[in-house]
Design a protein around this ligand. Sequence first.
Ligand code: GDP
Ligand code: IMO
Ligand code: MG
Length: 425
Amino acid sequence: MTNVVIVGGQWGDEGKAKIIDLLSEKTDIVIRYQGGCNAGHTVVVDNRTYKFHLVPSGILYPGKTCIIGNGTVINPQVLTGEIENLEQKGIDTSNLIVSPSAHLTLPYHIALDELNEQSLGNSKIGTTKRGIGPTYADKINRTGIRIEDMYDEEVLNKKLDMILPQKNAMFEYFKRPCFTKEEIINFCLKYRDYLSPYIKDPAGILRKALLEKQKILFEGAQGTMLDVDHGTYPYVTSSNPVAASASIGSGIGFTYIDRVIGVFKAYVTRVGEGPFLTELKSEEGETLQQVGREFGTTTGRKRRCGWFDAVIARYSAMVNGLTGIALTKIDVFDGFDEIKICTAYKDRRNGQLYEHYPANLNLHEYFEPVYEALPGWKQDISGCRVFSELPAAARNFISRLEQVTGVNIEIVSVGPGREQTIICP
Ligand code: GDP
Ligand code: IMO
Ligand code: MG
């Protein structure tokens, strides 16, 4: 039995989908356990690019059961579009299962996300404006509408009678257009028949899979530093991307999980606002952004770029209980004279060094990164397929990352393609 969680180790977009696609080949079931269409997961196979927002990245392998778990939030319009798109590209989606307990992102959630961001002014989060925060807020407030409610008009009516007046009072106050019950019901009706074959309680399938010792892969979205509990709050998403959430968001107890692989970029990127200590606001940052083609998959925004932060990586290793690392985008450093790793934070006021991530964000304004510089390599490594083919400087960089993070690097990715991967010895 090997059930594996794949979790983002930084601020999202680490290349999780590429690793999930890769590991899906030897897996029976892939489950997305949290987040919604704020996620943008890219897989490149035979020069064809597939972008996923809700559907698990394992869907490209025929016959894999792919589940969108109870811990996710689903905009039925986006999900319908995504399935249609996959079908048009010849991808079979008949093994896709959507949990009826997942919460629905409805048009008023998106309007509320917009409104929240505008009201926050300079303190805005920089959300994807996909309605994620308001949907999870409703879930926790017990005023959410679940996928299953789309199929019971009486319940849907009753719930909307309770919820909509509250939402509209807010929209009225801020002089925004209100939503009618008919509008929301029609929105649900528009997508529910198309989605109906996919809606199934996954519990029976999962129980059977566990009994038969099938292999399950848990697909995390976002990343550890965007976790609402463990990330750079309030500049986070509204769910728990960390590995522990795989259990809650899928309905499989955590004793069934064998391994946790953290995906890390060889540098760091972040989309949206919030602290980012190793951010490069210089030409070097610009180079990383351009060479790494760092544009958000969901919003197209430029990603902020900076050096690898080992303080965050060690924290991420602890929070997620990482058993291994998948390191991606190391090829972006081809041609760099020097590569830096942040090994600690220094408090400018008294020189105190922090090797562990301090949760108190108020301290961060006094911090500066302490860097260690390593030599780069002048070689295109995107064609390397075994570890020994990598130049000595690249191997040295990888082993130094293992030392500073305390976690084995099991997979090294040297390009976006499925085959551009090295399984470490
Ligand atoms: P995710 O959200 O973690 O799945 O990551 P995204 O798909 O948002 O962003 C990662 C981007 O990097 C995508 O465009 C991938 O195709 C690309 N990518 C993944 N691994 C590598 C790699 O090793 N090298 C390069 N150059 N690109 C990669
Ligand atoms: P994947 O799964 C990178 C960021 C947003 C914003 C913050 C809150 O592709 O790695 P939200 O819309 O979730 O309320 O926005 O979280 N964010 C991501 N950044 N990758 C993602 O997903 C993200 N999903 C949300 O940019 O800063
Ligand atoms: Mg992404």
